[in-house]
Design a protein around this ligand. Structure first.
Ligand code: IVH
Length: 684
């Protein structure tokens, strides 16, 4: 084959892979009917990635590899909504819903349209964040938040990471013109729970509900962070439609049911159960049915949205100040119950955070018996004015941890008492500390038994040192019998000692000792994660491991150097530095090493390492021969450092195609500017 023929063949394959992968993504995220396994998907994805690496000019903007691109943003641009994003009026119960139907018919009757039964569409009211997605000639061009309805924020880079949002509309040939799709970005219950669990494990505060989590995730300045959050999208309407294509005619003018089916055919999910009902009786029945279905849905909904199906009638009805007269949100009753707050206890977590927990007289909330609820922190208790002995409103949202909403002050007897937050740790009596600017109160004692318990569980957990058989029950047993006194002493435990514990047999004792010994050789990233440093999850641990390559180097890190590492934020840098500056923590790490823990080092070729040692690089623009990530990897492999911002400490700014403001910054700081070629020469 000639060079040209090869090029054509590669181009065809790239196009084919992009379209196959997008189709599989659609089947998975929109239709929930995958036809290939995850492994098969990954294989195709890697093939595409490899081809794109070799031929960067063939990278298409709808390629699934391009869902995360570019560097963190300094802030969001504002976007003006050409058609405002309105809100909906609420109906709080069946009576108010029936009143809505009456008002609609009365209004239309004045217009000369007499109807006994109005045709409505019904769909769920999603509890997420509203976004608008603009497609230009079939390609996703802009994603914006609702904001105040007239202007929102440009979150294009973040919405691109959401797999249920097509990068290209499903239409062949592509749809010319502008098509704006509107809908809701949300978290599903199970992924929300997992996210919160992960955050708690990292010593971070959990999100109060899936809506806050969705909103926080969508407004991350670093799209890579959004990409880690499994967000979903449901379309519920259209905005600006400017296209001569007959295929989109239905979007703007057909009855809503057909328009939404067109939206669906363009590659979006719409509300499950989206359908037509006729007249008030069917409408009320649909409302009741939807409320019954609520619990079983995989995501949070807080009502049923009712819209008039006929667009002509919609136009006649028009708008009020901020909401259409042709639609209403029939809200569901919140899943709440009133019970007595019998006591408040304090739980001490792995990082020493003291969390107040409400002990409730058991009560049924939305089908589940609740006896404990989180009170988050002291400020929260004070803000809500909650007293022990109060009758309190408890709310549960789906699978979310129940929360105490407010006290019922009218039912106070005068015997209620104020909760006094302890000044010492309930587990070890150490004086607690409140970090200025944080709501969390902590026990500073590294030997606190509650901390030790949680630390041991974390150390042995699957993503950390992965010691099978060392779960919460086993850890409790070991501590109860003083078989371990700190994390390093795990490695002193013998099979004989274990056998002396209740319910421990010969074989299980031997097995556990073997598993503990095996953990000595785990890779460095797992070891760093296992240390249980605040804000250091698996991802950060792996960044640190890649950067340090050895425990010794890790122990030398200063806060300043940590701040220089790309992907490590200031809060994390501070927390790691605090850990490394603590004598108690350092003692634990050195003791672990003395006990034979030897985290597998990351192998480096020393002839390469010295090449760029001591040099800091900042990259800007796109490179012809490699991706930014590869360039960063190469520089690090050769001992150089990569930073995201230019300062006078920067050695070189490497400039690719269409460079950003870093080039200006380089000039300002008098930093040497080099090309991609120059960089390659340094590496050669
Ligand atoms: S339609 C003009 N449909 O509710 C009508 N909105 O209070 C525009 N929402 O900001 C909205 N689910 O974020 C519509 N199925 C649904 C919805 C929905 C949730 C949100 C939306 C909007 C708010 C209106």
């Amino acid at each position: 084959m000639t060079k040209d023929q090869i090029n054509v063949a590669v181009q065809t394959r790239v196009k084919q892979l992009v379209s196959q992968l997008n189709e599989h993504s659609y089947r998975y995220y929109v239709l929930s009917q995958p036809t290939i396994s995850d492994a098969q998907y990954d294989e195709l994805f890697r093939e595409l990635q490899a081809l794109e690496n070799q031929h960067p000019d063939l990278i298409r903007s709808d390629s699934p590899t391009q869902r995360v691109g570019g560097a963190p943003l300094g802030g969001f641009k504002t976007v003006r909504h050409r058609i405002p994003m309105l809100s909906l009026d609420n109906a709080m119960n069946e009576t108010e819903l029936a009143e809505f139907d009456e008002q609609v018919r009365r209004f239309l009757s004045k217009e000369g349209v007499e109807l006994d039964e109005v045709e409505y569409t019904v769909e769920f009211k999603f509890d997420g964040v509203a976004v608008s997605l603009a497609y230009e000639n079939g390609m996703l061009a802009q994603g914006a938040t609702r904001g105040d309805g007239s202007t929102g924020e440009d979150v294009t880079a973040n919405v691109r990471t959401i797999k249920a949002i097509p990068l290209k509309l499903r239409a062949d040939p592509e749809l010319l013109g502008t098509i704006e799709i509107r809908g809701e970005v949300l978290f599903r219950k199970k992924e929300f729970d997992a996210l919160n669990e992960e955050r708690v494990a990292r010593g971070e505060e959990s999100f109060a509900n899936p809506r806050n989590a969705a909103s926080g995730s969508l407004r991350q300045l670093d799209p890579r962070e959004t990409a880690r959050r499994p967000l979903w999208f449901f379309a519920y309407g259209v905005g600006v439609i400017e296209s001569d294509d007959p295929r989109v005619a239905t979007l703007a003018s057909a009855p809503l049911l057909e328009a939404m089916h067109s939206v669906e055919s363009l590659g979006f999910s719409i509300s499950p159960g989206f359908r037509i009902v006729k007249g008030v009786r069917q409408l009320i029945a649909a409302y009741k049915k939807a409320e019954d279905e609520r619990e079983s849905l995989p995501f949070e909904v807080d009502g049923l949205v009712v819209k008039i199906n006929d667009v002509k009638l919609q136009e006649r009805l028009g708008f009020r100040q901020r909401s259409p007269r042709w639609a209403i949100a029939a809200k569901f009753k919140p899943v709440e119950a009133v019970t007595v707050l019998e006591d408040i206890i304090i739980q001490v977590g792995r990082t020493g955070a003291l969390t107040p927990v409400a002990c409730l007289r058991p009560v049924r909330v939305g089908g589940v018996v609740v006896s404990r609820a989180t009170l988050h922190n002291q400020d929260e208790i004070e803000r809500k004015g909650i007293l022990i002995g109060d009758s309190v409103v408890v709310r549960r949202q789906g699978d979310v941890i129940p929360a105490v909403v407010a006290p019922v002050t009218a039912s106070r007897s005068g015997h209620e008492r104020k909760f006094v937050f302890p000044t010492s740790c309930p587990e070890c009596d150490a004086l607690v500390e409140r970090v200025p600017g944080e709501a969390v109160i902590r026990c500073p004692n590294a030997n606190c038994p509650a901390k030790l318990y949680n630390r041991l569980i974390h150390y042995a957990s699957r993503d950390a040192m992965d010691i099978e058989g060392l779960g919460d029950k086993m850890v409790a047993l070991l501590l109860e019998h003083d078989a371990v006194t700190d994390v390093p002493s795990l490695y002193d435990v013998t099979a004989e000692r274990l056998r002396a514990l209740p319910r421990m047999g010969e074989l299980s004792s031997q097995n556990l000792v073997t598993r503990i010994a095996e953990s000595k050789q785990r890779p460095l990233d797992r070891f760093i994660f296992a240390l249980g440093i605040r804000h250091v999850g698996t991802k950060t641990a792996s960044v640190l491991a890649r950067y340090c390559k050895s425990v010794e180097r890790f122990l030398e890190l200063s806060e300043e150097e940590l701040c220089e590492i790309e992907e490590i934020g200031p809060e994390t840098a501070r927390s790691v530095a605090e850990f490394l500056n603590s004598d108690q923590e350092r003692y634990i790490v050195t003791e672990l090493l003395r006990h034979g823990v030897q985290p597998a080092q990351i192998v480096v070729d020393s002839s390469k390492v010295s090449r760029l040692a001591g040099q800091t690089f900042v990259l800007t623009g796109t490179f012809a021969s490699m991706s930014r990530k590869d360039a960063e990897g190469k520089i690090e492999e050769f001992g150089g450092k990569v930073s995201s911002s230019v300062s006078k400490k920067t050695s070189f700014v490497v400039v690719g195609d269409s460079p950003g403001s870093k080039l200006e910054a380089a000039k300002k700081h008098g930093v040497a500017v080099i090309s991609e070629e120059d960089l390659l020469a340094m590496l050669r």
